[in-house]
Ligand binder design. Structure first.
Ligand SMILES: C[S@@+](CC[C@H](N)C(=O)[O-])C[C@H]1O[C@@H](n2cnc3c(N)ncnc32)[C@H](O)[C@@H]1O
Length: 209
């Protein structure tokens, strides 16, 4: 068997193992999308923080934290109001408790990753205003999917991403017209941002200048 084939099969095995570990955490992130976050958190070059905008019940947070902890890297800053977006207001848990925060902590404690996460319970724009964590090497944007929301998240947070750092967007799909429109615009800014990969409904950009 060729070394490359061994590496590829090992990656599949790793992804399936993590997917089994996180499968009970409710969310919309596919396993291949989670594995992308895991690999960037574990293997991508560069120094700085990992910031997630939009954590919900911790599904994407778990993939990020598992990647980062695997190589002894930084904790994941998880920014969310934990009250859900507009489209989540009829969700059972939001109707019952008004927050996903307790489920988020339970889920991450359940998979042994809560110690590697720092929740920031806030509106994204307020958390950005108060940010004093320095450079962000990996930014995951999965909060407000309205055009103004995703643009504001990008404008306020991506300025902390240095050259070589990554921004990953979720829900880049025509059924999320706000995200779709913003990504179209970002693709036009090829002097600063290079689209490096799309996995499932995610799109990853690297700052090049
Ligand atoms: C699509 S869910 C995130 C899903 C999560 N990344 C996962 O993989 O399971 C969007 C989340 O963004 C949060 N959110 C929406 N608008 C926000 C804002 N302006 N500030 C902070 N959090 C926000 C919601 O509370 C919700 O938990």
């Amino acid at each position: 068997m060729t070394p490359n084939l061994c590496i590829e099969l090992h990656a599949v095995d790793e992804m399936v193992g993590l997917a089994m570990r996180f499968r009970h955490i409710e969310g919309w992130l596919g396993d291949h999308e989670g594995y992308l976050l895991f690999r960037l958190a574990r293997d991508a070059e560069g120094a700085g923080a990992i910031v997630e905008i939009g954590s919900w019940m911790g599904r994407s947070t778990a993939w990020l934290a598992a990647g980062s902890i695997a190589t002894g890297r930084e904790r994941v800053r998880a920014v969310d109001t934990f009250t859900g977006s507009q489209e989540h207001q009829n969700h059972d848990l939001i109707r019952r408790e008004g927050t996903t925060y307790h489920r988020f902590t339970d889920n991450l404690e359940g998979v042994g990753l809560f110690e590697h996460v720092e929740p920031i319970i806030a509106e994204s724009r307020n958390a950005a205003r108060d940010w004093n964590g320095g450079a962000i090497r990996l930014l995951f944007i999965d909060g407000d999917h309205q055009y103004e929301g995703v643009k504001t998240d990008f404008d306020l947070w991506a300025k902390h991403v240095p050259t070589g750092g990554f921004v990953v967007f979720d829900d880049v799909a025509e059924k999320h017209p706000g995200v779709w429109k913003f990504i179209g615009e970002l693709r036009g800014d090829s002097a600063h941002w290079q689209h490096v990969i799309s996995v499932g409904k995610t799109a990853t950009f690297q700052r090049i200048a």
